[in-house]
Design a protein around this ligand. Structure first.
Ligand code: SF4
Length: 667
């Protein structure tokens, strides 16, 4: 299918999209009632505090001429909210009191959240010794009660506004640190963070661009709680005489009312206004906090099945007529072929990637290491698509990730070489490796939804790899548009979020992302999983077209033999972490030599013999931590013999183009 025919349908009005694209946060904020209400409530309180000297009916510092009738006078025309025990106007105190309460609440919560957020993110992201030190210190501070510590700190200094703010701020950060650390640990494991690491993004960029936006909603909501606690703490300090006596605050008003007989005098008006002021501010912060969560995380407010609009067809049609600019992807000259273990005779084209005896272990605290991949060798030529097949748990994905050293923390490459452009990737330091990833070899990760950051537009995420490798720095947007056209997506979609894409569109976007820096090798891990048959065919056609047009060398990891039969030239069959058979696709499908391959083919529908049912292989692959002695397929093999149980077979070359690991082909 031509690329142009695969361009997806745009479903959003151009003008609306442009408006949203320019100011996505502003647009989201304007449409969020909670955020708007919260902002309005806080704005009222802040406006009253700022304009107190103009809107307050009396001067709180003015001389008082008080009579007995002015003490706890109920609301009247002269004092709309009545008076307190000293005959002062409650409304005036309420307005001026907002200044101190808001100032203490805001700045104390900022101090707490900045300290707690920084400690939590660093601990969660860096891990190891840094995490241990930071979290043990947090635990020590956490066991000290907040309020007594704040009282001691203020008492040791002097009861002034700044001292109160600092004291409340530095005792309230521990809860934030623990929350943020937990959330950072969770986000750090997400596919898009691993993908950003693979692209070559540094720690600071990953922390700021990929993790912080996910922590921000938590911080925003937490700030509300910290702020309300700060206001309550300020009230308590005022009650104990540890606040600035020259500045009236809502806490001080409550304190005066409680301690000077307002309850017994029935003067509710001395209590309710400051209490209402506190509730007003706390509620405003809550609404703003939850509203901000939606603003920063658009996935919480819209769904990928949102309304479809029609004008977007124009963009799709325009892109379809224009066609992709394949010429912009200049083919690089691959390395000349090199003599190697299995695979060199499978193609006359130059070798691009070569794996030699790659072995991967997963370490365990409770036992010996598990051998997930063992002595895997293959050769990938220019323009070749190599299918790596086998059941789940056979080591396919581990092998693929090990090629670019993207294994999870417990994974260790214990032996082997991965040769790309003449370099052994396993001998490079991390900085050199970051330069190789995406520029020379890129990955299409499994599960596009997990591999895409849901709160960043797809175009922005594709541009990340381009920026990292400083390719066409000034023409990044044009380059992103070219990539979209190349994979059959309308360029207008680049400003949209992953949840606004269909499954097929997300997979295309992942392929566009992998092509961003014109790599010569593409590692695709189950790129068609969970897609329906039609979309699956489109994605496979796309990969095949890119392979032919661009000379890409592709490693396609899949458990689907039908996919392999359709697009791959060579096939590597894996079982129990080792290669069991390696050959041309034609040879493997027409003359399978290994019993495991034959059993796999029986489980694959044969349209030429519809009467032959599907035959499942009994049992399941052995876990890497409990590999059987001898042949790893022996417990399930229909041809097993005593020899198979005693000795593991070696990979045997049948004719220089076909390799099989089975005792049967040797004896
Ligand atoms: S070595 Fe033996 S058990 Fe293993 S696949 Fe061959 S025949 Fe089966």
């Amino acid at each position: 299918m031509p690329l142009n025919d695969m361009i997806a349908i745009t479903d959003i009005p151009r003008d609306a999209a442009t408006d949203r694209d320019a100011w996505p946060l502003r647009h989201a904020f304007k449409n969020n009632l909670m955020a708007l209400f919260g902002t309005a409530m806080l704005a009222c309180a802040v406006a009253a505090a700022v304009a107190a000297q103009w809107i307050a009916p009396y001067d709180p510092a003015g001389a008082l001429q008080v009579t007995i009738d002015d003490v706890y006078a109920p609301p009247n025309a002269a004092h709309w909210l009545g008076t307190d025990d000293a005959g002062r106007d409650v409304l005036t105190n309420l307005i001026y009191g907002a200044r101190v309460s808001l100032t203490v609440g805001f700045f104390a919560s900022v101090i707490s959240v900045v300290i707690g957020g920084t400690v939590g993110m660093l601990a969660g992201f860096l891990g190891g010794r840094t995490e241990s030190v930071l979290m043990r210190f947090t635990d020590v501070v956490l066991v000290i009660p907040d309020l007594p510590l704040a009282i001691v700190l203020v008492a040791l200094t002097s009861p002034g506004l700044i001292n109160v703010i600092v004291a409340i701020g530095i005792v309230g950060w521990t809860g934030t640190a623990r929350l943020v650390r937990s959330h950072t640990l969770s986000v750090k494991q997400r596919g898009f963070v691993i993908r950003a690491h693979a692209v070559g993004a540094g720690n600071l960029r990953i922390l700021v661009r990929h993790i912080f936006p996910f922590v921000l909603p938590l911080i925003a909501v937490n700030t509300v709680l910290v702020m309300s606690l700060a206001i309550l703490n300020e009230s308590t300090l005022s009650f104990l005489g540890l606040s600035d006596p020259s500045r009236i605050s809502w806490g001080q008003m409550l304190n005066f009312a409680f301690t000077r007989g307002a309850m017994s005098a029935g003067a509710w008006w001395a209590l309710v206004p400051p209490g209402a002021g506190i509730v007003w501010v706390v509620l405003g912060c809550s609404l703003l906090g939850y509203g901000l969560e939606h603003v920063f995380n658009p996935r919480t407010i819209s769904h990928h099945l949102s309304a479809v609009h029609t004008t977007a067809y124009k963009d799709a049609n325009a892109a379809r007529q224009q066609g992709p600019d394949l010429a912009s992807f200049v083919e690089k000259t691959p390395e000349e072929g090199r003599d190697a273990v299995p695979g060199t005779k499978l193609s006359q084209a130059p070798v691009v990637l070569e794996a030699r005896r790659v072995s991967v272990d997963f370490t365990s605290v409770s036992g010996p290491p598990a051998h997930a991949v063992e002595d895997v060798s293959f050769v990938l030529h220019r323009g070749e698509m190599l299918g790596v097949v086998g059941e789940s748990g056979c080591g396919k994905t581990t092998l693929m990730l090990s090629l670019l050293r993207l294994l999870p923390a417990a994974g260790r490459i214990v032996r082997g070489e991965v040769l790309l452009s003449g370099k052994n990737l396993l001998a490079l330091d991390e900085r050199q490796m970051a330069d190789v990833r995406w520029k020379e070899a890129a990955v299409v990760f499994q599960g596009a939804m997990n591999a895409l950051n849901p709160i960043r537009t797809v175009g922005d995420q594709i541009a990340e790899g381009i920026h990292r490798h400083e390719l066409q720095a000034k023409g990044t947007d044009r380059r992103v548009c070219e990539l979209f056209e190349m994979v059959g997506l309308a360029p207008a979609h680049r400003h949209r979020y992953p949840h606004q894409y269909s499954g097929g569109m997300r997979q295309r976007a992942m392929i566009a992302m992998a092509l961003a820096c014109s790599p010569r090798v593409l590692l695709a891990d189950e790129p068609t999983t969970a897609l329906d048959v039609m979309v699956q065919a489109q994605i496979l056609n796309l990969l095949d077209t890119l392979r032919r047009e661009l000379g890409l060398a592709v490693v396609l990891v899949t458990h689907d033999l039908g996919v392999v039969a359709e697009v791959c030239q060579t096939v590597l069959v894996m079982y129990g972490g080792v290669v069991t058979e390696y050959a041309h696709a034609d040879a493997l499908f027409s003359r399978p030599q290994h019993p495991y391959t034959r059993e796999l083919l029986k489980a694959f529908p044969d349209l030429s013999r519809p009467e032959a049912g599907l035959v499942a292989i009994p049992g399941s692959p052995p876990p890497p931590s409990a590999l059987p002695p001898g042949c790893r397929f022996a417990p399930r093999c229909p041809d097993v013999s005593a020899h198979c149980l005693a000795a593991q077979p070696t990979l045997h070359a049948l004719d220089g183009e076909h390799w099989v690991r089975c005792h049967l082909v040797v004896t």
